[in-house]
Design a protein around this ligand. Structure first.
Ligand code: SF4
Length: 581
């Protein structure tokens, strides 16, 4: 048989047992005892390397180790992974007109699409390999199954194919070539769905196989029983979507990892380590001037942030907040009759801001409402259904804002301001109207960062409000989870057989989450309003933190006082245009 270029079939690994591999991560392990092999770890000696382990390892070496040896109970369910699988399914459905068939029988029968084929084989040095491509697509080329063969299909997340994608494709190609007894010269890469589906042919050249030959022995070695876990990944932004995040966060905090200092990413950490500053404590003890001088060699921008990094590390090491600038952080609230707390929920891939939530907080004679008062405030969830058009959303949103023209619009982060001003522009608001809107928008996150250093490893809303004692009424919810609920609601709301009450639940959860975000924003704003003005000496550049107090416990709302989301207004109704006070 003529062998085209690409991945040629090595001999089949007939010695591989037919039993399924043990699930990754099912072996309990105390990480502190990682260097000593246990009975459980010895049981994994013969476990094959899988495509999933390879993918994990290419993201973070520690992640692959945890997948194999980590304590299963520490692995967290990831809404992001669920979204990825959902996107993959939709891409496959857009590609194939019919449902794919299952397993090797489907390959023999020549089905157009095949799922559920577990591939096994051997790698360099006899390393046992196993892979489970999510979809195989039939092509016209001879194989041991007849006049047809298969190529693997991968759904790409993001704009470009990464090394992780390429090497996983190379592994699939290698094992599929052995399985079908015919080369796999190329794979198909998909992105998007429906009429937006993009298809790209990716050549599986010999260079990729060479890379795989180099990578697999290193991976096998690192996963050997008795090996300690690799260190935390340098750039901890990668941890955001990882199922081991809470375990690694605990470890980073316990060891004072430099990535725990807000403002330090992978590159800056490398720089500091090269200068001998390897922990949060060492950074807190550093002389800012000397550090600035040492960092200057690597670029002006690093010199400029040296004092700030040392001050932030000091605050985190001491656990006490420090005022960094005098003045009222929120002067716009001094005479305001109320505030509107504004938070948007989005589908970033679809560029769809599907919910604009507003919490209407009126000032009382006794002053601004505390946490329990805020929990009773009217909430206006304005849904932006694409089928209704943006104009309808703008009418409802601008109508609500016009009823409270003197009420500042508080939000956390720049997203809301950018989205609202763009929406206003698209809907024909005049320059003067947009300028007025701009003046009303107050970014609480920006004001906080301008006036305070806090002992938190991130100035995101979750980290800051949690430090203040705020608790979300639904545990473990994030933007990805919200997006899953949104898609579920879109799918179920008109589906026959789904009871209306059940179909409405995802939307109620989204409203509750969105409303909680507004309450959390208010917890931060209220703390800013109540924090005492410091003495001038507290603002000096002295490396000791200021004498500002810990946050008052009164900022913690009682989750039990959160109104039942089923009482939230009907999103399809026009918001209550209560006259402004
Ligand atoms: S949380 Fe971060 S350091 Fe830990 S395994 Fe995941 S990516 Fe690696």
């Amino acid at each position: 048989m003529q062998q085209p270029a690409g991945v040629s079939p090595p001999p089949r690994d007939s010695g591989t047992p037919a039993t399924a591999r043990p699930p990754d991560g099912d072996v309990p392990w105390d990480l502190s005892n990682a260097a000593r092999p246990t009975a459980e770890s010895r049981a994994t000696v013969a476990a094959p390397l899988t495509d999933r382990l390879l993918r994990s390892w290419l993201r973070c070496r520690r992640r692959a180790w945890l997948d194999r040896h980590g304590p299963a109970e520490a692995r967290r369910w990831s809404a992001h992974r669920a979204l990825t699988l959902q996107d993959q399914l939709h891409s496959f459905q857009s590609l194939l007109p019919t449902r794919p068939s299952h397993g090797e029988a489907a390959c023999r029968a020549g089905s157009e699409g095949v799922v559920g084929l577990r591939l096994r084989g051997a790698g360099p040095g006899g390393i046992r390999l196993e892979a489970h491509p999510p979809l195989l697509l039939r092509i016209d080329s001879p194989s041991r199954w007849g006049a047809h063969a298969y190529q693997p299909v991968l759904v790409r997340q993001g704009r470009h194919l990464t090394r992780e994608h390429r090497l996983v494709l190379a592994l699939w190609g290698r094992l599929l070539a052995a399985e079908q007894g015919a080369p796999v010269p190329q794979a198909l890469v998909l992105a998007g769905t429906g009429s937006q589906l993009q298809q790209e042919v990716f050549k599986l050249g010999s260079g990729l196989q060479q890379q795989l030959e180099e990578v697999l022995p290193r991976l096998a070695q690192e996963l050997e029983p008795g090996r300690p876990p690799p260190p935390l990944v340098n750039d901890r932004k990668k941890c955001t979507l990882c199922c081991w995040r809470s375990l690694c966060d605990r470890e980073a905090s316990a060891e004072g990892h430099l990535s725990e200092v807000s403002g330090i990413g992978g590159k800056r950490r490398d720089l500091l380590v090269s200068l001998g500053v390897t922990s949060l404590e060492q950074l807190a003890a550093a002389d800012p001037e000397a550090l600035a001088g040492a960092l200057e060699e690597h670029g002006e921008q690093h010199r400029d942030v040296a004092a700030e990094l040392v001050a932030q590390a000091l605050v985190q090491a001491s656990g006490e907040p420090r005022r960094r600038a005098p003045g009222d952080p929120l002067p716009e609230l001094a005479a305001a009759p109320g505030v509107l707390l504004y938070d948007i929920e989005s589908d970033p891939d679809a560029r769809d801001d599907f919910l604009h939530g507003l919490l209407r907080l009126e000032r009382r004679e006794s002053g601004w409402p505390d946490a329990s008062g805020a929990a009773q405030a009217p909430y206006h969830p304005l849904l932006a259904l694409q089928e209704h058009g943006e104009e309808r959303l703008w009418q409802r949103l601008s109508g609500l804002l016009e009823h409270y023209p003197d009420w500042p619009l508080l939000h956390y982060g720049e997203t809301e301001a950018i989205s609202l001003l763009r929406l206003a522009e698209r809907q024909g608001a005049t320059e003067a109207e947009r300028a007025r809107l701009r003046r009303r928008l107050i970014d609480v996150h920006q004001r906080l960062k301008r006036h305070w250093l806090l002992p938190v490893n991130s100035y995101g809303l979750k980290a800051v409000a949690t430090w203040l004692g705020f608790r979300w009424s639904q545990r473990g919810v994030d933007g990805a989870r919200c997006l899953l609920w949104w898609r579920q609601w879109r799918q179920d709301r008109h589906r026959a057989g789904v009871p209306p009450r059940r179909a409405a639940q995802p939307l109620e959860r989204i409203f509750r989450y969105n409303r909680d975000d507004s309450l959390a924003t208010w917890a931060v704003a209220r703390w800013l309003l109540e924090a005492p003005e410091p003495a001038l000496t507290d603002l000096a550049d002295a490396p000791t933190p200021g004498a500002s107090p810990r946050p008052a416990p009164s900022t913690t709302p009682d989750p039990s006082t959160t109104p039942d989301p089923s009482t939230t207004p009907d999103p399809s109704s026009t918001p209550d245009p209560t006259p402004r006070p």
